[in-house]
Ligand binder design. Structure first.
Ligand code: COA
Length: 373
């Protein structure tokens, strides 16, 4: 069987960042305004007062300290509370295309490759800014790549599903080099007026170059195996879609944004993911203790620590399951790839790693990697 490797990674990080304190100050100003406006109804028991948020809770419950966003002023303005982006003409590159191109260029540069070495682009992410033409085709055109491209969405697990699709295409010979790109503007689907989740997401884009290993190409991380799993759940849901305008009666604005039952997700996804990793390693004849690094989806710090503990059967050290969600928050499909991008340079030839992403669907993907030379 053809050997396949991830030979380069790239990351685009938006220029603006929001700390927990800044986000909470804005949320609490909104709560104060809301409660003052509805003071009479609240006093008569017709309406519930909104409760304030707190930085301490956010850090303790999630491990998040800040998040990057494509637009800070809109998110923090209590009259707006969402990122504001200028509409662009059809002839201009979309924002997701720009972010994806920046990440892809870095992945190519790090791999020492040019666009001539690539003939396929898969955009794998949670939220696409339009249904068509595919963002992947737009990125393909912006980079000047000959071949094919398509978009796919398996929520936070998208990048791992994209890697498997790339590996399959390379093995079957339908591609020579594949870019798997995950541009995520998660703040666009986040309800910044919802205390339970207003702190969760951030924006970023990642790219991975996936290629065949041959005499000319012996660097990077060989993909020893991929395993995907899905199981239906409504505990993370987004009802936004093209049929919204046809639905009568219409849904409320907040039903078109992200929502979740965070506690249930935590409880149900931890065993699903730890079993997926352990059984995938066993199928490949490997023991968890042989793995040097776990690049896990970045949604919740305690969740990652618990998954690593269940897989290893002991407390993981910081470098075994590196964390980027403190700085980036949850960037959906980009999260595990950001962890990989920032924390792989110290690994030696032969070292094993597992890139694992999980989220809505439920969906989960495990990619077992071995460092080449
Ligand atoms: N500020 C202060 N208090 C808050 C708050 C906020 N922003 N949001 C909720 N609280 C309160 C709640 O009202 C509740 O109070 P109570 O105990 O008096 O009822 C308490 O804090 C606990 O709330 P809960 O929602 O149960 O928190 P949690 O510990 O489950 O943490 C998440 C919430 C979302 C951080 C956590 O459940 C999580 O990350 N789950 C995994 C989600 C996930 O992986 N999703 C994938 C998305 S792609």
């Amino acid at each position: 069987m053809k050997k396949i490797a991830i030979t380069g990674s790239g990351l685009f990080t938006p220029a603006e960042s929001i700390s927990n304190d800044e986000l909470v100050a804005s949320f609490n100003a909104y709560v104060e305004q809301h409660n003052a406006t509805h003071a009479a109804e609240i006093a008569s028991g017709q309406r519930e007062a909104l409760a304030p948020s707190s930085s301490e809770f956010i850090f303790k419950a999630s491990g998040i300290q800040s998040r990057y966003t494509v637009n800070k002023s809109g998110v923090l303005d209590i009259g707006v509370m969402r990122p504001q982006i200028a509409p662009r003409a059809d002839g201009e590159p979309s924002l997701m295309c720009e972010m994806g191109v920046a990440a892809a260029r870095e992945a190519l540069h790090r791999a020492g490759r040019s666009v001539a070495d690539v003939n396929a682009v898969i955009v794998a992410c949670s939220n696409l800014q339009r249904p068509y033409p595919a963002i992947a085709v737009e990125i393909q055109s912006a980079l000047g790549i000959r071949g094919w491209a398509y978009d796919m969405n398996v929520a936070c697990a998208s990048a791992t599903f994209g890697i498997q699709a790339a590996v399959d295409a390379l093995r079957q010979g339908s591609a020579r080099g594949v870019l798997v790109i995950s541009p995520e503007i998660c703040t666009g689907h986040l309800n910044f007026r919802n205390r339970d989740c207003h702190f969760i997401f951030g924006d970023a884009a990642t790219a991975l170059l996936v290629e065949s290993v041959d005499a000319q190409n012996t660097t990077g991380f060989e993909v020893l195996g991929t395993r995907l799993q899905t199981q239906f759940s409504n505990n993370i849901r987004n009802n936004f879609g093209f049929l919204n305008a046809s639905e009568a009666p219409s849904r409320t604005w907040d039903d078109l944004l992200f929502r979740q039952e965070g506690r249930k997700v935590f409880k149900e996804v931890v065993p699903l993911v730890s079993e997926l990793i352990v059984s995938h390693l066993a199928e490949l004849g490997m023991q968890p203790h042989a793995v040097r690094r776990f690049w896990l989806h970045q949604a919740n710090l305690s969740m990652n620590q618990l998954i690593a503990r269940k897989v290893l059967g002991r407390e993981p050290d910081a470098m075994e399951a590196p964390v980027i969600l403190n700085e980036y928050a949850n960037t959906s499909s980009a999260g595990s790839v950001i962890a990989f991008h920032k924390y792989h340079q110290d690994l030696k030839a032969g070292d094993l790693g597992v890139l694992c992403a999980f989220g809505a669907g439920y969906s989960a993907g495990s990619v077992v990697l071995r460092k080449l030379s």
